[in-house]
Design a protein around this ligand. Structure first.
Ligand code: MSP
Length: 525
Protein backbone atom coordinates (compact mmCIF):
# COMPACT_ATOMS: atom_id res chain seq x y z
CA UNK A 1 0.00 0.00 0.00
CA UNK A 2 1.38 3.45 -0.84
CA UNK A 3 1.76 5.74 2.18
CA UNK A 4 -1.04 8.28 2.69
CA UNK A 5 -0.14 11.67 1.28
CA UNK A 6 0.78 14.32 3.82
CA UNK A 7 -2.08 16.52 5.09
CA UNK A 8 -2.11 19.72 3.06
CA UNK A 9 -2.25 23.18 4.58
CA UNK A 10 -5.78 24.00 3.40
CA UNK A 11 -6.81 27.64 3.20
CA UNK A 12 -10.02 29.14 1.86
CA UNK A 13 -11.32 32.60 1.05
CA UNK A 14 -15.01 33.42 1.24
CA UNK A 15 -16.79 32.69 -2.01
CA UNK A 16 -17.88 36.01 -3.42
CA UNK A 17 -21.35 37.03 -4.54
CA UNK A 18 -21.46 37.50 -8.27
CA UNK A 19 -24.01 40.27 -8.29
CA UNK A 20 -21.23 42.59 -9.42
CA UNK A 21 -17.54 42.78 -10.35
CA UNK A 22 -14.84 42.56 -7.64
CA UNK A 23 -13.61 45.60 -5.73
CA UNK A 24 -10.48 46.05 -3.64
CA UNK A 25 -12.24 44.79 -0.48
CA UNK A 26 -12.67 41.38 -2.12
CA UNK A 27 -9.11 41.53 -3.46
CA UNK A 28 -7.82 42.27 0.04
CA UNK A 29 -9.03 38.88 1.35
CA UNK A 30 -7.89 36.90 -1.67
CA UNK A 31 -4.45 38.51 -1.83
CA UNK A 32 -3.97 37.78 1.88
CA UNK A 33 -4.88 34.15 1.21
CA UNK A 34 -2.52 34.02 -1.74
CA UNK A 35 0.39 35.48 0.23
CA UNK A 36 -0.18 33.09 3.11
CA UNK A 37 -0.43 30.01 0.91
CA UNK A 38 2.62 31.04 -1.10
CA UNK A 39 4.47 31.46 2.21
CA UNK A 40 3.46 27.96 3.32
CA UNK A 41 4.49 26.52 -0.06
CA UNK A 42 7.81 28.27 0.34
CA UNK A 43 8.14 26.53 3.71
CA UNK A 44 8.04 23.29 1.74
CA UNK A 45 4.52 22.31 2.84
CA UNK A 46 1.90 20.77 0.66
CA UNK A 47 -0.83 23.40 0.23
CA UNK A 48 -4.40 23.60 -1.07
CA UNK A 49 -5.82 27.06 -1.73
CA UNK A 50 -9.50 27.43 -2.63
CA UNK A 51 -11.51 30.41 -3.75
CA UNK A 52 -14.72 30.70 -5.74
CA UNK A 53 -18.10 32.29 -6.21
CA UNK A 54 -21.43 32.25 -4.36
CA UNK A 55 -24.04 32.26 -7.08
CA UNK A 56 -27.46 31.45 -5.61
CA UNK A 57 -29.90 33.48 -3.52
CA UNK A 58 -32.06 36.56 -3.90
CA UNK A 59 -29.26 39.08 -4.11
CA UNK A 60 -27.80 37.53 -7.27
CA UNK A 61 -31.23 36.59 -8.64
CA UNK A 62 -32.55 40.16 -8.35
CA UNK A 63 -29.49 41.71 -9.95
CA UNK A 64 -29.81 39.31 -12.87
CA UNK A 65 -33.51 40.20 -13.21
CA UNK A 66 -32.73 43.93 -13.11
CA UNK A 67 -30.40 43.28 -16.02
CA UNK A 68 -33.04 41.25 -17.87
CA UNK A 69 -30.78 38.22 -17.82
CA UNK A 70 -31.49 34.67 -16.63
CA UNK A 71 -29.50 34.14 -13.41
CA UNK A 72 -27.36 31.32 -14.79
CA UNK A 73 -26.33 33.45 -17.78
CA UNK A 74 -25.63 36.37 -15.49
CA UNK A 75 -23.31 34.42 -13.18
CA UNK A 76 -21.58 32.62 -16.06
CA UNK A 77 -20.79 35.92 -17.67
CA UNK A 78 -19.55 37.65 -14.54
CA UNK A 79 -17.41 34.73 -13.41
CA UNK A 80 -15.74 34.44 -16.81
CA UNK A 81 -15.39 38.12 -17.66
CA UNK A 82 -14.82 39.70 -14.26
CA UNK A 83 -13.92 37.36 -11.39
CA UNK A 84 -11.55 34.84 -12.91
CA UNK A 85 -9.66 37.45 -14.97
CA UNK A 86 -9.36 39.64 -11.88
CA UNK A 87 -7.64 36.88 -9.90
CA UNK A 88 -5.36 36.09 -12.83
CA UNK A 89 -4.42 39.76 -13.11
CA UNK A 90 -3.55 39.87 -9.41
CA UNK A 91 -1.38 36.77 -9.78
CA UNK A 92 -3.49 34.63 -7.46
CA UNK A 93 -2.24 31.03 -7.45
CA UNK A 94 -5.40 29.24 -6.25
CA UNK A 95 -5.46 25.47 -6.69
CA UNK A 96 -9.19 25.31 -7.34
CA UNK A 97 -12.11 27.63 -8.03
CA UNK A 98 -15.53 26.47 -6.88
CA UNK A 99 -18.82 27.80 -8.19
CA UNK A 100 -21.95 26.95 -6.23
CA UNK A 101 -23.88 26.27 -9.43
CA UNK A 102 -21.54 23.42 -10.35
CA UNK A 103 -22.93 19.90 -10.15
CA UNK A 104 -19.99 18.76 -8.01
CA UNK A 105 -21.26 21.22 -5.40
CA UNK A 106 -25.05 20.93 -5.70
CA UNK A 107 -25.06 17.12 -5.53
CA UNK A 108 -22.88 17.04 -2.43
CA UNK A 109 -24.97 19.74 -0.74
CA UNK A 110 -28.12 17.69 -1.31
CA UNK A 111 -26.48 14.55 0.00
CA UNK A 112 -25.20 16.37 3.10
CA UNK A 113 -28.61 17.89 3.79
CA UNK A 114 -30.37 14.57 3.41
CA UNK A 115 -27.90 13.08 5.90
CA UNK A 116 -28.75 15.78 8.48
CA UNK A 117 -32.47 15.20 7.88
CA UNK A 118 -32.09 11.46 8.33
CA UNK A 119 -30.17 11.93 11.57
CA UNK A 120 -32.86 14.19 13.04
CA UNK A 121 -31.07 17.56 12.84
CA UNK A 122 -33.70 19.12 10.58
CA UNK A 123 -37.40 19.78 11.21
CA UNK A 124 -40.31 21.65 9.59
CA UNK A 125 -41.21 25.05 11.06
CA UNK A 126 -42.41 28.56 10.31
CA UNK A 127 -40.12 31.54 10.02
CA UNK A 128 -41.37 35.06 10.59
CA UNK A 129 -38.92 37.91 10.87
CA UNK A 130 -36.71 40.48 9.18
CA UNK A 131 -34.30 39.52 6.39
CA UNK A 132 -31.57 41.58 4.70
CA UNK A 133 -31.08 40.55 1.08
CA UNK A 134 -27.73 42.43 0.97
CA UNK A 135 -26.39 40.20 3.78
CA UNK A 136 -28.65 37.28 2.82
CA UNK A 137 -29.27 37.02 6.54
CA UNK A 138 -32.19 36.48 8.89
CA UNK A 139 -31.82 39.34 11.34
CA UNK A 140 -32.74 39.76 14.97
CA UNK A 141 -34.48 42.99 15.97
CA UNK A 142 -31.46 43.85 18.10
CA UNK A 143 -29.24 43.74 14.98
CA UNK A 144 -31.15 46.54 13.23
CA UNK A 145 -31.04 50.32 13.32
CA UNK A 146 -34.20 52.45 13.16
CA UNK A 147 -34.21 55.44 10.85
CA UNK A 148 -37.35 57.49 10.12
CA UNK A 149 -39.44 54.69 11.56
CA UNK A 150 -37.88 52.13 9.21
CA UNK A 151 -35.79 49.14 10.28
CA UNK A 152 -32.49 49.19 8.44
CA UNK A 153 -29.64 46.72 8.11
CA UNK A 154 -26.63 48.46 9.71
CA UNK A 155 -24.22 47.05 7.09
CA UNK A 156 -26.19 48.05 4.00
CA UNK A 157 -28.20 50.98 5.44
CA UNK A 158 -31.19 49.54 3.55
CA UNK A 159 -34.64 48.50 4.84
CA UNK A 160 -34.96 44.86 5.80
CA UNK A 161 -37.78 42.74 4.33
CA UNK A 162 -40.29 40.76 6.34
CA UNK A 163 -40.17 37.02 5.66
CA UNK A 164 -43.13 34.84 6.63
CA UNK A 165 -42.65 31.30 5.34
CA UNK A 166 -42.93 27.63 6.18
CA UNK A 167 -39.34 26.45 6.08
CA UNK A 168 -37.01 23.70 7.16
CA UNK A 169 -35.02 24.39 10.29
CA UNK A 170 -31.60 23.20 11.48
CA UNK A 171 -31.21 22.53 15.21
CA UNK A 172 -28.42 25.09 15.58
CA UNK A 173 -29.26 25.74 19.25
CA UNK A 174 -28.05 22.26 20.18
CA UNK A 175 -24.52 23.18 19.23
CA UNK A 176 -24.17 26.42 21.20
CA UNK A 177 -22.72 24.65 24.27
CA UNK A 178 -20.09 22.55 22.47
CA UNK A 179 -19.08 25.55 20.37
CA UNK A 180 -18.77 27.75 23.41
CA UNK A 181 -16.55 25.17 25.07
CA UNK A 182 -14.42 24.98 21.95
CA UNK A 183 -13.82 28.73 21.70
CA UNK A 184 -13.23 29.12 25.44
CA UNK A 185 -10.67 26.33 25.47
CA UNK A 186 -8.98 26.99 22.16
CA UNK A 187 -7.98 30.60 21.43
CA UNK A 188 -6.46 29.54 18.08
CA UNK A 189 -9.87 28.47 16.77
CA UNK A 190 -11.04 32.02 16.21
CA UNK A 191 -8.76 34.98 15.67
CA UNK A 192 -8.05 37.81 16.30
CA UNK A 193 -8.95 38.00 19.99
CA UNK A 194 -11.68 40.60 19.33
CA UNK A 195 -13.40 38.20 16.92
CA UNK A 196 -13.18 35.34 19.39
CA UNK A 197 -14.71 37.50 22.12
CA UNK A 198 -17.55 38.49 19.83
CA UNK A 199 -18.31 34.86 19.03
CA UNK A 200 -18.13 33.82 22.68
CA UNK A 201 -20.55 36.53 23.74
CA UNK A 202 -22.92 35.61 20.90
CA UNK A 203 -22.86 31.98 22.01
CA UNK A 204 -23.44 32.98 25.63
CA UNK A 205 -26.74 34.57 24.55
CA UNK A 206 -29.77 32.69 23.26
CA UNK A 207 -28.90 30.88 20.04
CA UNK A 208 -31.95 30.07 17.96
CA UNK A 209 -32.46 27.33 15.42
CA UNK A 210 -31.84 28.41 11.84
CA UNK A 211 -34.21 28.43 8.88
CA UNK A 212 -32.25 26.67 6.14
CA UNK A 213 -34.66 26.78 3.22
CA UNK A 214 -36.73 29.32 1.30
CA UNK A 215 -39.97 28.80 -0.56
CA UNK A 216 -40.74 32.10 -2.26
CA UNK A 217 -38.18 31.94 -5.08
CA UNK A 218 -36.36 29.18 -6.91
CA UNK A 219 -32.79 30.34 -7.58
CA UNK A 220 -31.04 27.80 -5.40
CA UNK A 221 -30.44 24.11 -4.78
CA UNK A 222 -33.72 22.19 -4.36
CA UNK A 223 -34.23 20.62 -0.92
CA UNK A 224 -34.00 16.94 -1.89
CA UNK A 225 -37.15 15.76 -0.05
CA UNK A 226 -39.20 18.94 -0.68
CA UNK A 227 -38.41 20.37 -4.08
CA UNK A 228 -40.76 23.35 -3.63
CA UNK A 229 -38.06 24.78 -1.41
CA UNK A 230 -34.48 25.80 -2.15
CA UNK A 231 -31.60 25.58 0.30
CA UNK A 232 -30.88 28.85 2.16
CA UNK A 233 -27.98 30.49 0.32
CA UNK A 234 -25.60 30.54 3.30
CA UNK A 235 -26.19 26.89 4.10
CA UNK A 236 -25.41 26.15 0.45
CA UNK A 237 -22.40 28.50 0.32
CA UNK A 238 -20.63 27.42 3.54
CA UNK A 239 -20.59 23.86 2.29
CA UNK A 240 -18.34 24.90 -0.64
CA UNK A 241 -15.28 24.54 1.58
CA UNK A 242 -16.00 20.83 1.92
CA UNK A 243 -17.79 20.01 -1.35
CA UNK A 244 -14.80 21.32 -3.32
CA UNK A 245 -12.56 18.72 -1.67
CA UNK A 246 -14.90 15.75 -2.01
CA UNK A 247 -17.28 15.92 0.97
CA UNK A 248 -19.09 12.65 1.52
CA UNK A 249 -17.33 10.75 -1.28
CA UNK A 250 -16.22 7.13 -0.85
CA UNK A 251 -12.84 7.10 0.97
CA UNK A 252 -11.19 5.19 -1.88
CA UNK A 253 -12.48 7.53 -4.60
CA UNK A 254 -10.62 10.56 -5.94
CA UNK A 255 -12.81 12.90 -3.88
CA UNK A 256 -12.52 10.78 -0.76
CA UNK A 257 -8.73 10.85 -0.95
CA UNK A 258 -8.71 14.59 -1.50
CA UNK A 259 -10.94 15.04 1.53
CA UNK A 260 -8.61 12.96 3.69
CA UNK A 261 -5.66 15.11 2.58
CA UNK A 262 -7.30 18.46 3.16
CA UNK A 263 -9.97 18.25 5.85
CA UNK A 264 -10.25 19.88 8.31
CA UNK A 265 -9.37 23.23 6.73
CA UNK A 266 -6.47 24.97 8.46
CA UNK A 267 -7.72 28.53 7.96
CA UNK A 268 -10.96 30.04 6.75
CA UNK A 269 -10.13 33.66 5.94
CA UNK A 270 -13.18 35.90 6.21
CA UNK A 271 -14.10 39.54 6.58
CA UNK A 272 -15.47 40.41 10.02
CA UNK A 273 -18.95 40.90 8.51
CA UNK A 274 -19.33 37.17 7.99
CA UNK A 275 -17.69 35.92 11.15
CA UNK A 276 -20.83 34.47 12.79
CA UNK A 277 -21.67 32.36 9.77
CA UNK A 278 -18.21 30.85 9.84
CA UNK A 279 -17.60 30.54 13.55
CA UNK A 280 -21.11 29.44 14.61
CA UNK A 281 -23.29 28.06 11.81
CA UNK A 282 -20.58 26.32 9.81
CA UNK A 283 -18.90 24.35 12.62
CA UNK A 284 -22.37 23.44 13.96
CA UNK A 285 -23.27 21.98 10.55
CA UNK A 286 -20.09 19.93 10.62
CA UNK A 287 -20.60 18.79 14.19
CA UNK A 288 -24.11 17.65 13.29
CA UNK A 289 -22.64 15.57 10.48
CA UNK A 290 -19.95 14.15 12.76
CA UNK A 291 -17.14 15.85 10.85
CA UNK A 292 -14.09 17.66 12.23
CA UNK A 293 -14.43 21.43 12.44
CA UNK A 294 -11.96 23.87 10.83
CA UNK A 295 -8.85 24.62 12.83
CA UNK A 296 -9.07 28.38 12.56
CA UNK A 297 -11.41 31.13 11.41
CA UNK A 298 -9.59 34.43 10.99
CA UNK A 299 -11.72 37.58 10.62
CA UNK A 300 -9.92 40.54 9.10
CA UNK A 301 -11.11 44.13 9.17
CA UNK A 302 -12.75 46.24 6.49
CA UNK A 303 -11.32 48.60 3.94
CA UNK A 304 -13.21 51.79 4.68
CA UNK A 305 -14.26 54.72 2.55
CA UNK A 306 -15.44 57.76 4.46
CA UNK A 307 -15.43 55.68 7.65
CA UNK A 308 -17.78 53.02 6.21
CA UNK A 309 -17.18 49.59 4.72
CA UNK A 310 -16.29 49.97 1.07
CA UNK A 311 -19.04 48.42 -1.02
CA UNK A 312 -20.42 48.42 -4.52
CA UNK A 313 -23.96 48.92 -3.22
CA UNK A 314 -22.87 52.19 -1.62
CA UNK A 315 -21.01 53.12 -4.80
CA UNK A 316 -17.72 53.29 -2.92
CA UNK A 317 -16.14 50.22 -4.51
CA UNK A 318 -12.77 50.79 -6.17
CA UNK A 319 -11.82 48.26 -8.88
CA UNK A 320 -8.39 46.69 -8.30
CA UNK A 321 -7.34 47.76 -11.80
CA UNK A 322 -7.76 51.44 -10.86
CA UNK A 323 -4.87 50.91 -8.45
CA UNK A 324 -2.78 48.35 -10.33
CA UNK A 325 -2.84 50.46 -13.53
CA UNK A 326 -1.00 53.15 -11.60
CA UNK A 327 1.14 51.27 -9.06
CA UNK A 328 1.48 47.80 -10.58
CA UNK A 329 0.22 44.47 -9.26
CA UNK A 330 2.99 43.78 -6.76
CA UNK A 331 2.72 47.17 -5.06
CA UNK A 332 -1.01 46.50 -4.70
CA UNK A 333 -0.36 43.09 -3.13
CA UNK A 334 2.21 44.67 -0.80
CA UNK A 335 0.44 47.82 0.24
CA UNK A 336 -2.71 46.65 2.01
CA UNK A 337 -0.99 43.91 3.99
CA UNK A 338 1.87 46.23 4.94
CA UNK A 339 -0.24 49.25 5.85
CA UNK A 340 -3.17 47.73 7.78
CA UNK A 341 -2.82 45.36 10.74
CA UNK A 342 -4.72 42.25 9.64
CA UNK A 343 -7.80 42.19 11.85
CA UNK A 344 -8.22 45.99 12.03
CA UNK A 345 -10.12 48.30 9.71
CA UNK A 346 -8.13 50.60 7.47
CA UNK A 347 -8.72 53.38 4.99
CA UNK A 348 -7.24 53.45 1.55
CA UNK A 349 -5.55 56.66 0.52
CA UNK A 350 -3.68 57.42 -2.70
CA UNK A 351 -1.29 59.67 -0.76
CA UNK A 352 -0.29 56.97 1.71
CA UNK A 353 0.09 54.41 -1.02
CA UNK A 354 2.25 56.77 -3.13
CA UNK A 355 4.42 57.60 -0.13
CA UNK A 356 5.04 53.94 0.74
CA UNK A 357 5.58 53.00 -2.88
CA UNK A 358 8.29 55.60 -3.21
CA UNK A 359 10.04 55.20 0.12
CA UNK A 360 9.74 51.47 0.82
CA UNK A 361 9.48 49.84 -2.59
CA UNK A 362 11.28 52.16 -5.01
CA UNK A 363 13.93 53.64 -2.69
CA UNK A 364 14.64 50.93 -0.11
CA UNK A 365 14.12 47.79 -2.18
CA UNK A 366 14.25 48.69 -5.89
CA UNK A 367 17.25 51.00 -5.56
CA UNK A 368 19.24 48.47 -3.57
CA UNK A 369 18.83 45.96 -6.40
CA UNK A 370 19.76 48.45 -9.12
CA UNK A 371 22.72 49.82 -7.13
CA UNK A 372 24.14 46.33 -6.68
CA UNK A 373 23.82 45.47 -10.37
CA UNK A 374 25.40 48.77 -11.37
CA UNK A 375 28.33 48.34 -8.96
CA UNK A 376 29.02 44.71 -9.89
CA UNK A 377 29.04 45.79 -13.52
CA UNK A 378 31.29 48.76 -12.92
CA UNK A 379 33.77 47.21 -10.49
CA UNK A 380 33.68 43.50 -11.37
CA UNK A 381 32.64 43.37 -15.04
CA UNK A 382 29.18 42.03 -14.10
CA UNK A 383 30.58 38.88 -12.48
CA UNK A 384 29.92 38.09 -8.82
CA UNK A 385 33.20 37.91 -6.86
CA UNK A 386 34.24 35.22 -4.35
CA UNK A 387 31.93 34.50 -1.41
CA UNK A 388 32.43 36.57 1.70
CA UNK A 389 30.55 37.01 4.94
CA UNK A 390 29.54 39.65 7.45
CA UNK A 391 28.73 38.44 10.93
CA UNK A 392 26.32 41.23 11.70
CA UNK A 393 24.32 40.92 8.47
CA UNK A 394 24.11 37.17 8.96
CA UNK A 395 22.84 37.49 12.51
CA UNK A 396 20.27 40.08 11.51
CA UNK A 397 19.12 37.89 8.63
CA UNK A 398 18.69 34.85 10.90
CA UNK A 399 16.51 36.75 13.33
CA UNK A 400 14.61 38.35 10.41
CA UNK A 401 13.70 34.96 8.99
CA UNK A 402 12.61 33.70 12.39
CA UNK A 403 10.48 36.76 13.06
CA UNK A 404 8.97 36.87 9.57
CA UNK A 405 8.09 33.19 9.64
CA UNK A 406 6.43 33.39 13.06
CA UNK A 407 4.47 36.49 12.05
CA UNK A 408 3.33 35.17 8.68
CA UNK A 409 2.20 31.86 10.18
CA UNK A 410 0.20 33.82 12.75
CA UNK A 411 -1.39 35.87 9.91
CA UNK A 412 0.39 38.99 11.13
CA UNK A 413 1.26 40.09 7.60
CA UNK A 414 2.24 43.57 8.70
CA UNK A 415 4.67 42.19 11.29
CA UNK A 416 6.15 39.76 8.77
CA UNK A 417 6.61 42.33 6.03
CA UNK A 418 8.00 44.88 8.48
CA UNK A 419 10.63 42.42 9.66
CA UNK A 420 11.72 41.79 6.05
CA UNK A 421 11.74 45.47 5.12
CA UNK A 422 13.74 46.29 8.26
CA UNK A 423 16.38 43.88 6.99
CA UNK A 424 16.26 45.66 3.62
CA UNK A 425 16.90 48.96 5.41
CA UNK A 426 19.77 47.38 7.32
CA UNK A 427 21.38 46.26 4.05
CA UNK A 428 21.04 49.77 2.63
CA UNK A 429 22.73 51.02 5.79
CA UNK A 430 25.51 48.47 5.30
CA UNK A 431 26.20 49.69 1.77
CA UNK A 432 26.17 53.32 2.89
CA UNK A 433 28.57 52.59 5.77
CA UNK A 434 30.98 50.51 3.69
CA UNK A 435 31.08 53.04 0.84
CA UNK A 436 32.09 50.64 -1.95
CA UNK A 437 32.55 53.62 -4.32
CA UNK A 438 35.33 54.84 -2.01
CA UNK A 439 36.88 51.37 -1.65
CA UNK A 440 36.93 51.13 -5.46
CA UNK A 441 39.38 54.00 -5.67
CA UNK A 442 42.02 52.09 -3.70
CA UNK A 443 43.42 49.01 -5.49
CA UNK A 444 44.63 47.74 -2.11
CA UNK A 445 41.00 47.45 -0.98
CA UNK A 446 39.83 45.26 -3.85
CA UNK A 447 39.11 42.26 -1.62
CA UNK A 448 37.15 44.43 0.79
CA UNK A 449 35.15 45.94 -2.07
CA UNK A 450 34.36 42.51 -3.45
CA UNK A 451 33.28 41.34 -0.03
CA UNK A 452 30.83 44.21 0.30
CA UNK A 453 29.36 43.48 -3.13
CA UNK A 454 29.06 39.76 -2.42
CA UNK A 455 27.35 40.37 0.93
CA UNK A 456 24.92 42.78 -0.68
CA UNK A 457 24.10 40.25 -3.40
CA UNK A 458 23.52 37.55 -0.80
CA UNK A 459 21.24 39.88 1.14
CA UNK A 460 19.26 40.52 -2.03
CA UNK A 461 19.01 36.79 -2.64
CA UNK A 462 17.45 36.43 0.81
CA UNK A 463 15.14 39.41 0.26
CA UNK A 464 13.94 37.99 -3.05
CA UNK A 465 12.94 34.70 -1.43
CA UNK A 466 11.33 36.32 1.60
CA UNK A 467 9.33 38.80 -0.47
CA UNK A 468 8.43 36.29 -3.17
CA UNK A 469 5.08 35.32 -1.59
CA UNK A 470 4.09 39.00 -1.46
CA UNK A 471 5.53 40.25 -4.76
CA UNK A 472 6.19 37.24 -7.01
CA UNK A 473 6.67 39.10 -10.30
CA UNK A 474 9.20 41.55 -8.94
CA UNK A 475 11.11 38.92 -7.02
CA UNK A 476 11.37 36.73 -10.11
CA UNK A 477 12.93 39.65 -12.00
CA UNK A 478 15.38 40.23 -9.17
CA UNK A 479 16.13 36.50 -9.00
CA UNK A 480 16.98 36.46 -12.69
CA UNK A 481 19.16 39.53 -12.38
CA UNK A 482 21.18 37.72 -9.67
CA UNK A 483 21.70 34.82 -12.07
CA UNK A 484 20.15 32.63 -9.38
CA UNK A 485 17.97 30.48 -11.64
CA UNK A 486 21.11 29.02 -13.20
CA UNK A 487 23.06 28.63 -9.96
CA UNK A 488 20.54 27.67 -7.28
CA UNK A 489 17.31 26.93 -9.13
CA UNK A 490 13.84 28.38 -9.28
CA UNK A 491 12.86 30.96 -6.67
CA UNK A 492 9.73 29.01 -5.77
CA UNK A 493 11.89 26.05 -4.75
CA UNK A 494 13.87 28.04 -2.18
CA UNK A 495 12.81 27.08 1.29
CA UNK A 496 12.25 29.64 4.04
CA UNK A 497 14.20 27.49 6.48
CA UNK A 498 17.32 27.77 4.29
CA UNK A 499 17.13 31.48 3.46
CA UNK A 500 19.53 32.43 6.24
CA UNK A 501 22.21 29.98 5.09
CA UNK A 502 24.88 32.37 3.86
CA UNK A 503 26.94 31.95 0.73
CA UNK A 504 24.44 30.37 -1.66
CA UNK A 505 25.19 32.52 -4.70
CA UNK A 506 28.35 31.10 -6.28
CA UNK A 507 31.29 33.21 -7.41
CA UNK A 508 31.12 33.81 -11.14
CA UNK A 509 27.32 34.34 -11.22
CA UNK A 510 26.42 36.82 -13.92
CA UNK A 511 24.66 39.79 -12.34
CA UNK A 512 22.55 41.64 -14.87
CA UNK A 513 20.82 44.96 -14.70
CA UNK A 514 17.08 44.34 -14.79
CA UNK A 515 14.20 46.58 -15.65
CA UNK A 516 13.63 49.09 -12.83
CA UNK A 517 11.69 47.12 -10.21
CA UNK A 518 9.48 50.02 -9.12
CA UNK A 519 9.45 52.75 -11.77
CA UNK A 520 8.95 56.36 -10.81
CA UNK A 521 5.20 57.10 -10.68
CA UNK A 522 3.65 59.19 -13.39
CA UNK A 523 2.03 62.25 -11.80
CA UNK A 524 -1.70 61.48 -11.65
CA UNK A 525 -4.11 64.07 -12.92
N1 MSP B 1 -20.98 35.25 -0.41
C1 MSP B 1 -20.69 35.63 0.91
C2 MSP B 1 -19.59 34.76 1.51
C3 MSP B 1 -19.90 33.30 1.51
S1 MSP B 1 -18.58 32.36 2.15
C4 MSP B 1 -19.21 30.83 2.37
C5 MSP B 1 -20.24 37.09 0.93
N2 MSP B 1 -19.76 37.56 -0.21
S2 MSP B 1 -19.25 39.06 -0.43
O1 MSP B 1 -18.87 39.11 -1.81
O2 MSP B 1 -20.26 39.99 -0.03
O3 MSP B 1 -18.05 39.34 0.49
C6 MSP B 1 -17.10 38.39 0.79
C7 MSP B 1 -15.90 38.95 1.47
O4 MSP B 1 -15.31 40.02 0.74
C8 MSP B 1 -16.05 39.55 2.86
O5 MSP B 1 -16.20 38.70 3.91
C9 MSP B 1 -14.68 40.15 2.97
O6 MSP B 1 -13.75 39.11 3.19
C10 MSP B 1 -14.49 40.76 1.60
N3 MSP B 1 -14.90 42.14 1.58
C11 MSP B 1 -15.97 42.71 0.95
N4 MSP B 1 -15.95 44.06 1.18
C12 MSP B 1 -14.87 44.36 1.94
C13 MSP B 1 -14.31 45.54 2.44
N5 MSP B 1 -14.83 46.72 2.22
N6 MSP B 1 -13.16 45.43 3.14
C14 MSP B 1 -12.54 44.24 3.37
N7 MSP B 1 -13.05 43.12 2.93
C15 MSP B 1 -14.23 43.13 2.24
O7 MSP B 1 -20.29 37.70 1.98
Amino acid sequence: MSPAKEKAFYLTTPIYYVNDAPHIGHAYTTVAGDVLTRWHRQRGESVWFLTGTDEHGQKVMRTAAQNNTPPQDWVDRLVETAWKPNWRALNIANDDFIRTTEVRHTERVQRFLQGLKDSGHIYAGKYEGPYCVGCEEFKLDGDLIISNGEKLCPVHSKPVELVNENNWFFRLSEFAAPLLARYRENPEACQPESARNEVISFLEGTVQDLSISRSTFDWGIPVPWDTDQVVYVWFDALLNYATAVGLGDEPTSEGGKKFAQTWPADVHLVGKDILRFHAVIWPAMLMAAGLPVPKKVFAHGWLLVGGEKMSKSKLTGIAPSEITDHFGVDAFRYYFLRAIPFGSDGSFSWEDMSARYTSELANDFGNLASRLAAMVEKYCGGVLPLPSSDAELQTVLSSTVEKADASMCALDFQGGINAIMDFCKRVNGYVTEKEPWVLAKDPGKKAELEGVLYNTAESLRALAVLLNPVMPQTCEILWQSLGANESIGSINDQSISKVATWGQLPAGSIIQKSAVLFPRLEASE
